[in-house]
Design a protein around this ligand. Sequence first.
Ligand code: ZN
Length: 356
Amino acid sequence: MTKVLPGTIDCDIHPAVPSIQALLPYLDSHWREMAIIRGIDELNTISYPLNSPLSCRPDWKPAEGRPGSTLAAVQREALDGFGTSIAIANCLYGIQLFFSEDMAAAFARALNAWMVAEWLDKEPRLRASIVVPMQNPELAVDEIERWAGDKRFVQVLLLVSGDRPLGKRANWPIYAAAERHGLAVGIHAGSNYHNPPTPVGWSTTHTEDYVNQAQAFQSQVSSLICEGVFSKCPDLKVVLLESGFTWLPAHLWRLTKFWRGLRMEIPWVDRAPSDIARSNIRVSLQPVDGPPDAASLNRLFEHMQSDEMVLFSTDYPHWQFDGTEAVPHGISPDLARRIMVDNPRATYARISETVS
Ligand code: ZN
């Protein structure tokens, strides 16, 4: 395996909750009792079926238990394995599935407390995202405020598919809180499955579900820009995680074209959407859903018209790349350095504050 450059920041790894038993000590007594009485036995996300090849690289699959569910495994396989200096833990767990706003808030609080005690306090190379109960923006802001003083939290984590487009005004207090505290907002592939993951209804297979995530990301980029989130929060960085990025240039061409014709409808969008995206939106590297040859891949980076948008990620323990190489062949050394080191540092100001 090719090691990454010194100072590399892996912007998307997934330490896993081993079982709900691990969270129970971090719930307050009422919600601990509720979890037991109601028989809530597991909340592991259903976006990643355990035996799907995407869910785990074969050599990262433990004899028992969930991939990436022990600190030793994450240290050995993600941190030491690639030689990353810092990795951002985005814990995917079914907090967003709840219909009860209060229960979602209680589990988000427990999950973040678990992340501090079981991961951040034990491994200085780890940073994390604050998981919030998107069911209620007011409670989501409470959760941001609860952890914002801990600089090891560098991001607020949302799922790409939920109950409403993310740009809606109801969510703006979340973005304002993130901007106020210098936190990025990460939007990860995944859904609360309250609605079909596609605009045309429910699909049948995991393949469709996974490929169609890109449609949801496109919708959210349009929503965030057109609703005016970046006019309200000009310093906010939104990071699309596990989104792929080959669709982004074409989507921005389309969005910018129709903005030109329809801009009287959204006068607060006072710059071309493609310009806003280049200043405020970032994407994680894996999965590289690009062409197989280096020349075509480099043309794609040219289409993005920016070398600042892509952030290194392995998506550990998910397996998104050929073999063991998380960085595609053929990109220039300068771009590789930007992707691995410079771009993540520019995006996550809190990391630069705590690492020289
Ligand atoms: Zn991911």
